[in-house]
Design a protein around this ligand. Structure first.
Ligand code: SF4
Ligand code: SF4
Length: 376
């Protein structure tokens, strides 16, 4: 095992291979507070990539309701059970072990393999809340029970567990953008990646007998466009871009601004140790203990910064760009009245006003000689 630096854990950790840094690292930010579980992303992904034979239960993108939802069933609970100690120090250093350090019987990654039936209920727990409502309860401005929607895709991890576990070396991380892919001509269907991925984002195709996973919509990425699950998102909860290493942060990169500088989005289950590259703004209304386990110790600061975003124009501008351009935004500027996004060449590709302009048409239209009764 090599020693690699995992900045999310603020420490070195063991990993079967030396760290191989891509030139650019694909990354995403998902704002859980805005997701409405419409599943448009799920359908967009499914119809684009997994509508073939044997792909019936393959969802590269899924959206589950927490705390009870999960696809495949109990994916996170089963991995968390494998990690005995999940303590963080006061300074944010992870003191527990990762899935690479807690192995048994010569395995490279501590994992578990779901049963076939665990893939049979993609929408289990949907809209189920935590807790019971008392008889006669009514809404008084505060919700007594909670749930939230968690959109999930492959994290294109910096230290992929799927890649680490593959005995055929069929899984690789692209040098140009950090996307993790399976070479299906090398795969022999041993399902080691399925056992190893703690997020359960590799899938086995029963017909072709090889594994499949999210490909990060790389044909779009190569054209400078964001993936399907991002551009179709109804709630505009998503942004895809490229994240810098902590020592190479660019203030004008919206991803760096959100993740590294303002720290308003956090990785999902960082304690697994794969250094995942999907970052989540945690839900503001959920009990903190639940969120600490899910997103690590930065939750309080993140939620405070998120709640005060209106006073931070740079951060607000970065969030305003979500869902407003199909192109990948490499840099941005917080102008006086607009958030402006630029492509890799530095050309302006999107301009969003902080305040939407209001247009009021006059009540009486002299040209048509009529009243517009539905206007203010
Ligand atoms: S399309 Fe967007 S809002 Fe709808 S479920 Fe997917 S992530 Fe949530
Ligand atoms: S989320 Fe799973 S499938 Fe995706 S790169 Fe990480 S370990 Fe591999």
């Amino acid at each position: 095992m090599a020693k690699v630096n995992n900045w999310q854990l603020k420490r070195e950790m063991e990993y079967p291979y030396e760290a191989a840094k891509p030139k650019k690292q694909i990354a995403y930010v998902f704002d859980t507070n805005k997701c409405i579980a419409c599943q448009t992303c799920t359908v967009a992904c499914k119809t684009t990539w997994t509508s073939g034979k044997g792909e019936e239960t393959i969802f590269f993108n899924n959206v589950e309701t927490k705390p009870y939802g999960g696809y495949p069933l109990r994916w996170d609970v089963n991995t968390l059970k494998n990690i005995k100690d999940q303590q963080w120090s006061a300074s944010g250093e992870y003191k527990g072990s990762t899935i690479f350090e807690n192995t048994e019987n010569g395995e490279r990654v501590r994992g578990w393999r779901p049963e076939e039936r665990d893939y049979a209920y993609p929408n289990i727990g949907e809209d189920e809340v935590k807790g019971l409502m008392d008889k006669g309860a009514f809404f008084n401005g505060m919700h007594d029970v909670w749930m939230f929607y968690l959109a999930r895709i492959c994290n294109h991890c910096s230290y992929p567990a799927c890649l680490a576990a593959c005995p055929r070396k069929a899984i690789y991380k692209r040098e140009e953008d950090g996307i993790v892919l399976i070479d299906q001509s090398r795969c022999r269907g041993y399902k080691e990646c399925i056992k190893a991925c703690p997020y359960k984002k590799t899938f086995f195709n029963m017909v072709t007998r090889v594994s499949e996973k999210c490909i990060g919509c790389y044909p779009l990425i190569e054209k400078g466009e964001q993936p399907r699950c991002v551009t179709t998102c109804i709630g505009k909860i998503r942004m895809q871009g490229f994240l810098g290493e902590p020592e190479k942060i660019r203030k004008d990169n919206p991803m760096d601004q959100i993740v590294h500088i303002k720290k308003v989005a956090l990785p999902l289950y960082p304690q697994y140790g794969t250094q995942p590259n999907v970052y989540y703004v945690p839900p503001v209304h959920v009990p903190k203990d639940f969120l600490y386990q899910m997103f690590g110790p930065g939750v309080d600061k993140t939620i405070e910064t998120y709640r005060n975003m209106k006073d931070d124009k740079e951060l607000l501008a970065a969030f305003l760009l979500f869902g407003n351009s199909p192109r990948i935004i490499h840099s941005y500027k917080a102008e006086d009245k607009h958030a402006v996004g630029y492509n890799e060449a530095g050309d302006e590709i999107v301009r969003v006003p902080y305040t939407e302009p209001v247009f009021a048409r006059p009540h009486w239209d002299p040209n048509a000689s009529t009243f517009r009764h539905n206007t203010p």
